[in-house]
Design a protein around this ligand. Sequence first.
Ligand code: FEO
Length: 165
Amino acid sequence: MELKKEILEALNDQLNAELESAYIYQAMAAMFEEEGFPGFAAWMDMQALEEQEHARKFYDFINERGGRVKLAAISEPPFEWDSPQAVFEAALEHEEYISDRINNLVSLAREHDDYATEVFLNWFVDEQVEEEDTVNEILDKFEKVGDTNTGIYMLDKELGARKGH
Ligand code: FEO
């Protein structure tokens, strides 16, 4: 079944949103690099790569369904955040926004009886639960250590040990 125009546009929009996510996390990584938090920087760097992979999944799916990928401008990400904790709070907020977008996409696919798109999106539904959970756990740790330098230092070290996704 060929992709309906409305679905194609929504998938292309989400491809863009995933690239925008990569851009935001890369900006976060860059701030951490400069401020001397190599662990947080490595974590965010990996996150940015993961978002590029998400974008690639949309790219491949659109092509497989015979649609035409249309790339669009990516908005400029923020440059500065107030603290490491504020960065992760912004990351959680962003992931919640992405989860909403994915849910809306599922609704749209259902409206159009596009089951192939719905099945494709299921992976993202699961992924969003995992992403929100991971960032929530990190924020819990920030709450525990408060703004003690030793605590933040340990957390930076811990997050730097992130392997794969
Ligand atoms: Fe691709 Fe973090 O959502």
